[in-house]
Design a protein around this ligand. Structure first.
Ligand code: CU
Ligand code: ZN
Length: 173
């Protein structure tokens, strides 16, 4: 009996340690200008709380910069080919973490602050979003770093041109 209980415990632990959906993705961010020192990585991982997004930027101008998920993965034409903010439900622009999924574009990640050395970090968990295989999937889209702050005005936050961009690609299922 004791043996069976131990065996069951081991089996259950193995099952519980496997998240049902733990896909991961990443975007290698590069400057959109021909000569640009901007680089970075955005990592995405499904968690039970939502999509965990971890961003690191280097070589960017000091200050506050809008940072969003845009609809398409094509980062050509200075990032313009990525289209508008990822907005599957036709909401107004906002901040998806602070305002909630129902009152912002799904891709409205807010701002990233770049320090005097050109570095910045952002860590967010966005409920309702997934890496892949869902109506609200981010794989195959793009992250965009903007020239100016997102002031959360309509329709897209007045964040100016697209100085950095990266396509979100699946890295694990
Ligand atoms: Cu944007
Ligand atoms: Zn938006």
């Amino acid at each position: 009996m004791r043996y069976i209980v131990s065996l069951l415990t081991i089996c259950l632990c193995l099952i519980w340690n496997q998240p049902l959906s733990a896909a991961s993705a990443k975007a290698n961010i590069k400057g959109t200008a021909e000569v640009s020192g901007i680089s970075g990585v955005a990592s995405f991982e499904d968690t039970t709380q939502g999509l965990h997004i971890s961003v690191e930027i280097h070589g960017a101008p000091e200050g506050i910069h809008g940072f969003h998920i845009h609809e398409f993965g094509d980062t050509s034409n200075s990032g313009k080919a990525a289209g508008g903010h990822y907005n599957p439900d036709q909401h107004d622009h906002g901040d998806v973490v602070k305002d909630g999924f129902e009152t912002a574009h799904a891709g409205d990640l807010g701002n990233i602050e770049i320090d005097a050395d050109g570095n910045g970090k952002l860590h967010l968990t966005v409920p309702h979003l997934f890496v892949t295989g869902n109506a609200y999937s981010v794989a195959g889209r793009a992250v965009i770093l903007h020239e100016k702050p997102d002031d959360f005005g309509q329709p897209t936050g007045n964040a100016g041109s697209r100085i950095g961009a990266g396509t979100i690609v699946i890295t694990g299922n």
